[in-house]
Design a binder for this molecule. Structure first.
Ligand SMILES: NC(=O)c1ccc[n+]([C@@H]2O[C@H](COP(=O)([O-])OP(=O)(O)OC[C@H]3O[C@@H](n4cnc5c(N)ncnc54)[C@H](OP(=O)(O)O)[C@@H]3O)[C@@H](O)[C@H]2O)c1
Length: 262
């Protein structure tokens, strides 16, 4: 059995797409809005092997119900691609998941926590990011600075629990919406021919990690091996906005208030 935390997102949706195909795979799926999830995936309402859990990320008993002892691996794929100043989705996810697992362990001393497959970014991995051209790295590090700070705190927190938690940090390069074209896992390269990897290839790589016993505590990238992975047109404007929020974080709140950003 698997748990997916963040099923309404693009990575979460790709994981649902791949895992729901197998009638023998049971899924516990967490979303903050069940209505949004069922609008995206009306089929889930009547899918026998999928159970949906709706609520706040800070609802620890709810997360504990999602992470029951039968869950072998939990995909933590909540996040944001917008460089929002002060963002803390990744930290909140890490804190809540750790709290939920402690809560279950208090009640059941034999509880074995699931493997955690935590979506992060290749930019946080010094070996992988060292292979980027210096100018590109300079821009991306600043255009995603708040997101990376959030992911960094979350990774550090989860690593503090490595004596009892099996966590793999999935650290891909740029993500794009495309069909599944093939992937491989890498411990030292974010990307090869294309800087992009599709969400479906990413999800397939995350499932491979969940089924493997070899990646506890490691940072792993999912690299596209197929030809002509699509360019993601949203990426440049996201980085440009991110640069503005990096150099002038105080501008974000007024722009949000005036609905200049969504
Ligand atoms: N885009 C890239 O090129 C790239 C590359 C490498 C790594 N990454 C990392 O990938 C992550 C983004 O993944 P994605 O593209 O799959 O994201 P996404 O499509 O934006 O989905 C984000 C998910 O997180 C949920 N979420 C956000 N805030 C929440 C909160 N406070 N409480 C509960 N749920 C919350 C969203 O729920 P709702 O639907 O309810 O909002 C949604 O399910 C980021 O951490 C980013 O750094 C991205």
């Amino acid at each position: 059995m698997y748990a997916i935390l963040g099923a309404t997102g693009k990575t979460g949706g790709a994981l649902v797409d791949l895992l729901v195909q197998s009638p023998n795979t049971h899924l516990n799926v967490y979303a903050r809005s069940k209505a949004k999830l069922l609008t995206q995936r009306p089929d889930l309402e009547n899918t026998q092997n999928v159970k949906v859990f709706e609520g706040s990320l800070s609802d620890i008993p709810l997360l504990a119900s999602t992470l029951v002892p039968e869950v072998d691996a939990a995909f933590c794929v909540l996040g944001s691609n917008e460089n929002i100043p002060g963002i803390r989705i990744a930290q909140d996810t890490a804190n809540s998941v750790i709290a939920a697992l402690c809560y279950i362990r208090e009640k059941d001393t034999n509880y074995k926590p699931p493997k955690l497959i935590f979506l992060s970014s290749g930019s946080l991995n010094p070996i992988m990011s060292a292979k980027l051209p210096a100018s590109g790295k300079w821009i991306i590090d600043r255009g995603m600075s708040h997101v990376y700070a959030d992911l960094g705190f979350a990774e550090d927190n989860l690593r503090l629990h490595d004596s009892w938690l099996d966590v793999t940090f999935v650290q891909p390069s740029a993500l794009t919406e495309d069909v599944q074209k093939g992937h491989k896992l890498s411990l030292d390269k974010m990307a090869e021919d294309s800087p992009f990897v599709s969400y479906l290839d990413l999800a397939a790589g995350m499932i491979e990690i969940a089924k493997s016993g070899s990646y506890a505590g490691k940072g792993v990238s999912v690299v596209a091996t197929g030809k002509d992975t699509k360019f993601e047109p949203n990426a440049p404007p996201q980085i440009l906005r991110g640069l503005v929020w990096h150099f002038a974080p105080w501008l974000y709140a007024p722009c949000k208030y005036l609905s200049i950003v969504s």
